[in-house]
Every structure is written in structure tokens, then in C-alpha cells.
Design a protein around this ligand. Structure first.
Ligand code: IYR
Length: 223
């Protein structure tokens, strides 16, 4: 029997002349370079419609064998947000007072973080990204996914840029260990928590640490 063939369709991505290509590359860099991780949120609401668009954008990311091995849980329920905060702070308290090495704590000092995570209640939305090690088919059988962490990492990057583009702020919160999120959100066994992103508007007069990004010479090598 002949191998099955799969359909291809024409694709016409927008392209630009060299000068406009450079201008757009510069413009996008300036836009992304303006993004900062923010830990102080306003409680101003953000509509579900906005969050839906952000998740759709994240879900445009490339993935291993196009398996799209992710689930985005969007939490706005204040009771659930409080439960997440309480569980995260319990873990973080243990992490900051013993589980993290002195070197790690020293490296974190410039960021001004501690075990307290008020943003988990203040931000109008918490987006919890889950990675799916495998899919479960309708008949209950398991089907493997590939490059799961890479795929979900890329989707999370797309999500962060979409949040920034919408004029909202976020931070990549990784309470450790994170399994309390599987329980609180009632996720199936094939999903593992990957990242928690509070999303909202920044608090008034918000401040961020005075950090510098590495220059091109330090991050790029040319051959
Ligand atoms: N998960 C902790 C600690 C933490 C770790 C790193 I690496 C950071 O860049 C920031 C924080 C927390 O969320 O506070």
C-alpha cells in the first residue's frame, strides 16, 4: 500500500524590502527591550476577551510534530487565587528559608524578591501554563509528545510578548515545587505545571530593579 500523502497549502507571508526589514527589526527590538518583569500589579480588571486573544497568540507557537503540548489555565476567581497564593507562599517560605542555596539567594538579592507573593491575589488573572508529556486519545490510549519543554517554553515566550504588546505586564513565577497547581486546578495526570504568569496592569508608580541587558557582543558569535 502506498504511504498516505498529506495536503500542503500555499503560504504568502508578508515580506519587505531590505530597508523596511531593518526598520521593522529595529522597531521590534525597541518594543521588546521596553518590556520589564513587573511584580506589583493594579487590581484593575482585564476582560476575558483579552485573555482569550493572548492565549490564542501563545498557541500559535511552533511545537514538536505540531502536537501543541500545552494547556493554559486562566484563573480570575478570587477564592482560587487566594488558595494558589497560600499554597505558593507555603512552598516559597520553605525555599527562601533553607531550600535555596546562599549563592542562589545572593543572585536573587538584586531582584528584591522574597517568599511573599501578593501579586497572586492582586493581578486580575493568573495564567498557569501546563505542559503535556503525552496526549490521551478518546479511546484512552496514550500518544507521545516531543520536545515538550522546548515547545511550551516557546509558547510561553509568545505569551509574554503578547501580554507586553497589549500594554499589560507579567512575571514568570515558578513556585517550587509546583504540583499544588495540578491539585488546585484539577489537572489530569498527563499535564505538569510549567509556569505561572500573573497578568494585569502595573500598580501606580511601579518600580523595577535597575538591571542591564547583555550587549550584542556578549550574546552573539559570528561565523
Ligand atoms: N521561585 C522563587 C525564587 C525565584 C527564583 C528565581 I531563578 C528568580 O529569577 C526569581 C525568584 C520566587 O518566585 O520568588
Amino acid at each position: 500500500m502506498a504511504a498516505p500523502s498529506y495536503p500542503f497549502v500555499p503560504y504568502h507571508p508578508t515580506t519587505y524590502a531590505a530597508e523596511e526589514t531593518l526598520r521593522r527589526a529595529q522597531e521590534y527590538y525597541a518594543f521588546m527591550d521596553d518590556r520589564r518583569t513587573v511584580r506589583d500589579f493594579s487590581d484593575a480588571p482585564v476582560t476575558r476577551e483579552v485573555i482569550e486573544q493572548l492565549i490564542l497568540t501563545a498557541s500559535t507557537a511552533p511545537s514538536g510534530a505540531h502536537k501543541q503540548p500545552w494547556t493554559f489555565c486562566a484563573v480570575s476567581d478570587p477564592v482560587l487565587k487566594r488558595q494558589i497564593r497560600e499554597a505558593a507562599e507555603k512552598e516559597e517560605r520553605d525555599s527562601y528559608s533553607g531550600r535555596m542555596s546562599p549563592e542562589w539567594l545572593e543572585d536573587l538579592a538584586p531582584l528584591g524578591t522574597d517568599w511573599q507573593k501578593p501579586f497572586l491575589e492582586t493581578a486580575p488573572w493568573l495564567l498557569i501554563v501546563f505542559k503535556k508529556a503525552y496526549d490521551v486519545k478518546a479511546d484512552g490510549t496514550k500518544r507521545n509528545n516531543y520536545y515538550v519543554s522546548e515547545s511550551v517554553g516557546i509558547a510561553s515566550g509568545f505569551l509574554i510578548s503578547a501580554i507586553h504588546h497589549a500594554g499589560l505586564v507579567t512575571l514568570t513565577h515558578t513556585p517550587s515545587p509546583m504540583n499544588f497547581l495540578s491539585k488546585l486546578l484539577n489537572r489530569p495526570a498527563n499535564e505538569r505545571p510549567f509556569l505561572l504568569l500573573p497578568v494585569g496592569y502595573p500598580a501606580a508608580e511601579v518600580q523595577v530593579p535597575d538591571l542591564q541587558r547583555k550587549p550584542l557582543e556578549e550574546v552573539a558569535v559570528w561565523y
